[in-house]
Design a binder for this molecule. Structure first.
Ligand code: SF4
Length: 622
């Protein structure tokens, strides 16, 4: 067995490692598009360790080469099934930049080497496994498989594609957080009902035969989505599909959904209810080695691991419901928080690592101060809150829902206790945090001061994503008046704390549906008025299954039925991006062009309020 730290051993990645464990066969083989890192931040490692805790023998195949089928049979045929994921991110997002150029680096591969994961990885892996082991069940999971479970728009192929279960030839698909569904699937295999028996498991998708009587095999109380062919041909059909899917998320009321394809009917069962704190705590108590497998030792560092090795993930899910967010779409809106003791236990464990230097790089989740908040529907015996299905697109936008408990006290306590851990000299919050929750909670002020005084280094990176009201309404992130108020509060608070040297670097999004050149200009002027030197940009890429992807493809907001302006042209996206970083000298000519397009040449020059100097002699392209 391949030993790791503290007597813990890695799951086998080769026949040799299996033999050393005395195994002839694995029960389950997990296949991933990332390098194998046995850490709780990696979904494949969590599911593999969870299966092991169910008493199963689990092997791992990482980054097999689709052109070498022996890569897929290197551990033989599993007794139960293959579990397949593209890795922590969608393979297309990992392989291509927002301008659709191949990326130069891959942060999930040793040595940052690219080309280790095919495009549309879960589809390609599924097809390869079915070629090598046609009879062995293949179960897809993870963010790519889940967000692409229905017919979806792919930005990089600029086309509507079939759901991943259809394209891959796999037998089942687990969407969302997989722990509960995987436990149920193992029960089915143990009861001898195999993959057929999994048709009743929540949180999975499966294929029915075209002749199957859906009232019988799925039930009458279901949502029949537009057929795949209609969704490909007709944007109104696509819109109808998106609206149904986006509103069918409440696990206490959701219905099965069906989508007809030429030779089968895709059935998506209702989602699993959110995990409990005890269930999530148990995940973090699994025997992870918490490092990459030794086989990568000589291949160079894996940047994605460097990011998480001293980071404490405190919860899953986010109730904000931002329209563009893949994490929200994948982890769901019902927040499950780990117990304080469980997180602090992990902090103590990490603080004893040989190469720990006293700095915890992050304490948080998708959004930090969502820790400990939850919907009343999640409370035990929540009949009243659960009488009706939730129909809101977001729990916080435009104002927090009455069912949402936004307490900031748990996060405040956790951060304080974390600083008391022996060996912890400094801790940071790299996660985003929601300032509307801070504003609306009695403990918010105390938490805000603690974050700015003790958990912020030389740079402070709030994520407003935009400032224009028109765009904020499409992003569903904050009400337009919250961001200026928050920024001014930050500047004043850093001054009060004697930390005026901290640089505020906002995280903003370029070219989201709804964003015109004038809206991008509004961000530039907002930054200039506050003397903000630099911004971090996220160039909008529509993630399958999100409301923003539907806006981008159809030109209609599926949550309001309003028509939406879309900056589709490459040139316009470039100009909007340049405005958001108007101070960069290499953007000057694009900023001048953008201001001309926006009819604001008055902002070109040296006058007050100007964003860019006039073109001088030698300024190519003016
Ligand atoms: S907090 Fe409100 S909006 Fe959010 S899930 Fe619960 S009921 Fe729905």
């Amino acid at each position: 067995m391949t030993m790791g730290r503290d007597g813990k051993s890695f799951l086998p990645m080769s026949r040799h490692e299996m033999q050393r464990l005395g195994w002839d066969v694995c029960d389950v083989i997990m296949l991933t598009g990332d390098a194998y890192i046995d850490h709780p931040s990696y979904g494949v490692a969590v599911i593999a360790r969870l299966l092991e805790s169910c008493g199963l023998r689990v092997g791992v195949i990482a980054q097999p080469n689709p052109n070498r089928l022996t890569d897929f049979s290197q551990l033989g045929r599993p007794r139960m099934f293959f579990g397949v994921t593209s890795g922590c991110a969608d393979s297309m997002i990992n392989n291509y930049s927002p301008t659709k150029r191949p990326r130069k680096f891959d942060n999930y591969s040793a040595g940052r080497l690219t080309g280790r994961r095919p495009d549309h990885a879960v589809v390609v892996y599924g097809q390869a496994l079915k070629q090598v082991f046609p009879e062995t069940p293949v179960i897809l999971g993870g963010i790519e498989a889940g967000l692409r479970r229905l017919a979806h728009y792919d930005y990089f192929d600029d086309a509507v594609l079939a759901g991943t279960l259809t394209g891959s030839g796999a037998d089942l698909l687990v969407y969302g957080q997989g722990e509960k569904a995987v436990r149920d699937i193992v029960k089915c295999f143990r009861h001898g009902t195999g993959i057929e028996g999994c048709r009743g498991v929540r949180g999975v998708a499966w294929r029915a035969a075209p002749e199957d009587h859906l009232d019988k095999v799925v039930g009458k109380d279901r949502i029949d989505l537009p057929d795949y062919d209609d969704v490909v041909r007709d944007k109104d059909a696509f819109l109808r599909m998106a609206k149904s899917d986006l509103s069918n998320f409440d696990p206490w009321h959701a219905k099965p959904m069906t989508q007809r394809y030429a030779d089968h009917v895709l059935v998506v069962n209702p989602p699993q209810p959110p995990m409990t704190t005890q269930e999530l705590d148990a995940v973090y108590e699994l025997p992870f080695v918490r490092t990459p497998h030794p086989r990568y030792k000589k291949q160079g560092a894996i940047p994605a691991f460097e990011t998480v090795k001293f980071s404490l993930m405190t919860h899953r899910g986010c109730h904000a419901g931002c329209s563009f967010c893949a994490i929200f779409a994948h982890q769901g809106r019902f927040v499950t928080s780990r117990s304080e003791g469980n997180v602090l236990g992990e902090a103590r464990l990490v603080s004893k690592f040989r190469y720990f230097r006293g700095v915890v790089s992050n304490i948080g989740g998708p959004v930090g101060n969502v820790y400990g908040t939850r919907c009343a529907k999640q409370e035990p015996g929540a009949e009243e809150a659960n009488r009706d299905a939730c129909a809101r697109a977001s729990c916080t936008y435009p104002e927090p829902c009455r069912n949402l408990n936004t307490t900031q006290r748990p996060y405040l306590n956790l951060l304080r206790e974390a600083l008391k851990i022996d060996g912890v000299k400094q801790a940071f919050i790299a996660s985003n945090f929601r300032y509307d929750l801070i504003e609306n909670d009695p403990d918010g002020e105390e938490l805000f001061l603690l974050i700015l005084s003790r958990f912020t280094g030389g740079m402070f990176k709030p994520a407003p994503m935009h400032v224009s009201d028109a765009v904020m309404r499409r992003l569903r992130k904050y009400a337009a008046d919250q961001t200026p108020r928050f920024f001014d509060k930050c500047v004043a608070t850093f001054k009060k704390l004697g930390r005026s040297g901290v640089e505020i670097v906002p995280y903003v999004m370029a070219s989201h549906p709804g964003s015109t050149m004038e809206d991008a200009l509004e961000v530039a002027q907002f930054m200039r008025e506050r003397g903000i030197e630099s911004t971090q940009i996220q160039d909008f890429v529509p993630m399958p299954g999100t409301a923003s992807a539907c806006m981008h493809y159809t030109g209609v907001d599926p949550l309001t039925d309003e028509k939406v302006y879309r900056p589709l042209a490459h040139r316009e996206r470039k100009l909007q991006r340049a405005l958001l970083q108007y101070r960069r000298p290499d953007n000057a000519r694009f900023v001048r062009e953008a201001l001309t397009v926006a009819g604001r040449t008055d902002l070109i020059g040296d006058g007050p309020g100007c964003l860019v100097p006039a073109a001088g002699p030698g300024d190519e392209g003016a």
